[in-house]
Ligand binder design. Structure first.
Ligand code: CTP
Length: 426
């Protein structure tokens, strides 16, 4: 993948061409308006973070992160007005998040950060762009593209450009992971997303400081895991995190490298990418009930996460208990209501090809089966109000699953027949 700059020793990159080639029309228009407003207010303005990284790698940008030296709040309000963006959301750190169409535009006041203790949220004081770059996670995220004052230029005080070229994720100082251990997960996530490597000293410090994950709240850990689960490179993230000991530092009963590799090697049997929380199910596969409970507590898991954690052993057990002769209706009865993510993990990990086949058929086909008739239709066909409706619908559902009925006409005939055989009860 080419990197579109001439290197620190080469001539200056053509920033105008870079912006023109890489930004969408909507992003270009945000930059134009932001530059006009900052220029009118005499404010230095910079594009920073992942956006600059992506620009330099000629990858499409997701979001725009702008840094302003000076009153970022006033600037953000003016930009929100000019872009008719949604009312700005101001955080305690002088950050404003604007939603413009489908795009996020973050506006940050250039600042210095200090950490009272490892894992603490940072103490923030207004400062210069150079200090702002020094507070960041990795050199490749500490490059600023100065938009104002002109001329446009790249500021790279930490050596992000050569690291982009060498495809390295490198922290800025030896206490970085201690200050903010979420960077441990971020380092692995970006390494795998971008196809980079951890710079060797960064890798050594990551492993040295992996226990600092204990200083991070459940909500922050869960947010980082969730981001990783949503990446196309989630399997590679998990493999690498496991082999670095990161997963076991998160929770000791989670798998180490070889076990995780084995589980991930089975993923292709799913025939497509799993849902994000299927990775949680896969991580927690084989944990006992109390371990699941304490993992859920550690991650301050919300309802959806808890359901996946609780349903995974149920999916495993129910699937294993199905006889080889099980009809679709029996599979449906055993698996319905369980979280799809738990079922995906159970399918991946199934002990036999037959059980795996049943789980996959359930996920792909049987899960969606619903009768064409509803309760009102059954009343119209003569079934009396009350439990009979539910029973007849369940019978119809099973008949559909097992292929005994297909068309609406078949289904009506089934109900009429059901009425005859159950007439003494309805
Ligand atoms: N950042 C940091 N330390 C963190 C989180 C974020 O220094 N623990 C800084 C980095 O400079 C990062 C920027 O904040 O580039 C924005 O973070 P984020 O929005 O999470 O990521 P992006 O850089 O926008 O990258 P992407 O959206 O591509 O993941």
């Amino acid at each position: 993948m080419p990197i579109h700059y001439n290197g620190p020793m080469g001539s200056a990159p053509d920033i105008a061409a870079l912006l023109q080639d890489t930004l969408s029309a909507a992003q270009a228009s945000v930059i134009t308006q932001a530059t006009a407003l900052a220029s009118a207010g005499g404010l230095p303005l910079y594009l920073v973070g992942g956006g600059v990284r992506d620009l330099l790698m000629l990858r499409p940008l997701k979001d725009l992160d702008l840094v302003v030296e000076g009153d970022a709040g006033l600037f953000a309000d003016a930009l929100a007005g000019a872009l008719a963006g949604r009312p700005s959301l101001r955080s305690q750190f002088g950050t404003t998040a604007l939603k413009v169409g489908g795009m996020n535009v973050d506006i940050v006041m250039a600042r210095k950060e200090t950490y009272a203790h490892p894992g603490a949220l940072p103490t923030v004081t207004p400062s210069s762009i150079m200090d702002d770059l020094q507070r960041r996670d990795f050199t490749i995220h500490a490059i600023a593209m100065r938009l104002l004052p002109s001329p446009a230029a790249l500021l790279d005080p930490t050596g992000g450009l050569p690291d982009l070229d060498a495809r390295l994720v490198r922290i800025l100082h030896s206490k970085s992971f201690q200050d903010d251990a979420t960077r441990i997960l971020r380092a692995v996530r970006y390494e795998q997303r971008l196809g980079f490597r951890l710079e060797p000293e960064t890798e050594r410090l990551l492993q040295r400081d992996v226990t600092y994950l204990n200083t991070i709240s459940g909500d922050r850990l869960r947010r980082e895991l969730d981001l990783a689960f949503h990446e196309a490179s989630a399997p590679a993230f998990l493999a690498r995190a496991a082999s670095l000991g990161v997963l076991q530092a998160l929770y000791p009963a989670l798998p180490g490298g070889p076990v995780m590799q084995e589980r991930l090697a089975r993923l292709p049997s799913l025939g497509g990418p799993p849902l994000p929380l299927a990775y949680l199910a896969l991580l927690a596969y084989g944990l006992g009930p109390s371990q699941r409970q304490s993992l859920a507590q550690r991650l301050n898991a919300p309802r959806a996460w808890r359901k996946v954690l609780e349903d995974t052993p149920r999916a495993e057990e129910n699937l294993a208990a199905l006889p080889t002769t099980a009809r679709p209706s029996a599979v449906w009865a055993a698996l319905q209501g369980l979280a799809v993510e738990a079922l995906q993990a159970a399918a991946v990990m199934a002990a036999s090809a037959h059980a795996q086949g049943l789980a996959l058929r359930y996920l792909k086909d049987w899960r969606q089966v619903r009768p064409a008739l509803n309760g009102n239709d059954l009343l119209r066909l003569g079934i009396l109000q009350g439990p009979a409706i539910k029973e007849a619908l369940a019978g119809l559902q099973n008949a559909l699953l097992d292929g005994a009925v297909k068309t609406v006409h078949d289904q009506e005939a089934f109900v009429r027949q059901w009425l005859k055989t159950h007439s003494h009860r309805s």
